[in-house]
Design a protein around this ligand. Structure first.
Ligand code: GTP
Ligand code: MG
Length: 138
């Protein structure tokens, strides 16, 4: 059993895709063990995306992720990190396969509706940015 951090990005919330996306995660058989609506500030955005600091799209990325509320979740299940990455699809929705969240629901690399951690250590770090341990269901 593994946990991963998942976040519906501002475009996903604005487009009222929360139900659609949470439904897919639940139907896959994964468990939601924490959930919170957050308006990300610049400090948290810089921490969440520190691996991209200095890249050409960094400022655009921070503007986007702070532009409106996001829905943060901790998702649990067998190989949850890998399974969630498969469910969300490729970073650029134009390359994401039909049947994936980005493949079905997004078109723009800059606004790709969802984030999921790409490794277990990153998942731990990212969930700690948004949740205290007592907010995660045992
Ligand atoms: P996340 O789950 O959000 O981390 O996406 P990812 O792991 O599939 O992609 P990556 O970590 O490489 O990039 C993080 C985020 O930066 C992407 O999801 C996009 O929102 C954004 N991003 C990546 N590349 C570009 C780009 O070329 N232009 C713009 N505007 N945004 C980008
Ligand atoms: Mg990433």
């Amino acid at each position: 059993i593994q946990r991963t951090f998942v976040m519906i990005k501002p475009d996903g919330v604005k487009r009222k895709l929360i139900g659609e996306i949470v439904g897919r995660i639940e139907r896959k058989g994964l468990r939601i063990v924490a959930m919170k609506m957050v308006k990300i500030d610049k400090t948290i955005a810089n921490k969440l995306y520190e691996e991209h600091l200095g890249k050409s799209f960094f400022n655009e990325l921070v503007e986007y992720i702070t532009s409106g509320p996001v829905l943060c979740m901790v998702i649990e299940g067998d190989e949850a990190v890998k399974v969630m990455r498969t469910l969300i699809g490729a970073t650029d929705p134009k390359d994401a396969l039909p049947g994936t969240i980005r493949g079905d629901l997004a078109l723009s690399k800059g606004e790709n509706v969802i984030h999921a951690s790409d490794a277990e250590e990153k998942a731990k770090r990212e969930m700690a940015l948004f949740f205290s341990t007592n907010e995660i269901i045992e």
